[in-house]
Design a protein around this ligand. Structure first.
Ligand code: SF4
Length: 360
């Protein structure tokens, strides 16, 4: 038994997860079809691209090359042009090579077997499993970085998930939970959970359908999971930091009493996925904010690059609902801030955006 309570098993997670997925999944075009070709294109596109950004690319691609055959017969230049903006062009070249290979072998669409999918150019175990399960209903776990994070947290796994032992443990938990009747939806639901609620730096456990069996939630260790081996490079995240200014005062948010930088004050920020940005940073994005460059900081394995927005608010009441305060120059100077916010404070004073307090 893996879980804290001997009465709860991993298998019990599948039905609530699928119910949540049915009710809350984001309506992407590749989720409205079982066409193996369309699913394959989406899985390859999303390898390095955020889902929301991939929507328009996927639509355009499917208009230009609606079938495997149309792709196989396209010119290299046309295909690379359709990929423009997505980067990592080897993915487009591999799609084309795979389509031509399948056409030569007489396939009208993709093969309905994990092994044959896996053997195609540019198709790794994750993509093969995603296509096999979503398009053909085969019961194979599609484990990507999102899935590794979710299962590391469900198990409160202390082994590095990027090493063999850790990955095997996660995979075996995934296989146990994967239902026979809706494996494709289950795989998509795990990815969706990792991309929305079980985010790297801000898991929304209170809304999570698996909260009742999550050991990291129970033990308060979600932010420390997954563990990565020392060889693993740190992960980079990009986000937005907002400096709200009203007169000569700035807004400092108070962090929650537990977790990362507990109780610290800071300038409000949020990192991806974009769908989870806080109302504060949405406000910063909407207003005609001045761009204040960027700030970089890191914690545990995360490297953050935050675009700074300086937002002059005419009505400071906009932030009433947020736990924080409006600090005058002396209070700002005296506040204890984490490194990233500390750098911003230096700039605010240095560039005269906020008048420096008189020397005490
Ligand atoms: S309860 Fe929290 S940490 Fe656990 S899977 Fe859900 S969002 Fe992730």
């Amino acid at each position: 038994m893996v879980h804290g309570s001997p009465k709860i098993t991993l298998e019990e997670g599948a039905p609530p997860l699928l119910r949540w997925y049915d009710a809350c999944r984001r309506p992407f075009p590749w989720r409205e079809t079982n066409d193996p070709y369309a699913v394959w294109i989406s899985e390859v596109m999303l390898q390095q691209t955020q889902a929301a950004r991939g929507v328009e690319y996927h639509r355009r691609w499917m208009r230009a090359f609606p079938t495997l055959r149309s792709l196989a017969e396209a010119e290299d230049e046309e295909v690379l042009k359709a990929w423009e903006g997505l980067g990592y062009y080897s993915r487009a070249r591999n799609l084309l090579r795979a389509a031509r290979l399948l056409q030569e072998r007489g396939f009208a669409t993709l093969p309905a077997s994990f092994e044959e999918l896996r053997a195609l150019p540019g198709v790794g175990p994750y993509t093969a499993a995603a296509v096999a399960s979503i398009a053909f209903g085969l019961r194979v776990p599609a484990l990507d970085a999102n899935g590794k994070r979710v299962f590391s947290r469900l198990l409160d796994l202390q082994e590095p998930v990027d090493r063999r032992v850790g990955e095997k443990t996660v995979l075996s938990a995934f296989e146990r939970m994967l239902p026979a009747d809706r494996p494709g939806d289950f795989n998509s639901a795990i990815m969706e959970l990792g991309a929305t609620l079980c985010a790297p730096t801000s898991p929304l456990c209170g809304e999570c359908p698996l909260e009742f069996l999550c050991l990291a939630r129970l033990r308060g260790s979600a932010l420390e999971r997954p563990v990565l081996s020392r060889r693993t490079k740190s992960e980079s995240l990009e986000g937005l930091l907002a400096v709200f200014v009203s007169g000569d005062r700035v807004f400092l948010r108070r962090r929650p009493p537990a977790g990362l930088w507990a109780n610290f004050e800071e300038f409000p920020w949020s990192a991806p996925p974009a769908e989870q940005e806080s109302p504060l940073t949405e406000l910063a994005r909407r207003s005609d904010a001045n761009c204040g460059g960027e700030v970089r900081c890191s914690f545990t394995k995360w490297r953050l690059r935050l675009a700074v927005r300086i937002v002059r608010l005419h009505s400071p009441g906009d932030l009433e609902a947020v736990n924080g305060r409006w600090a005058n120059p002396s209070e700002l100077a005296a506040a204890t801030l984490p490194a990233g916010s500390g750098k911003i404070r230096e700039r605010l004073f240095g560039e005269g955006i906020i008048p420096p307090p008189p020397p005490s």
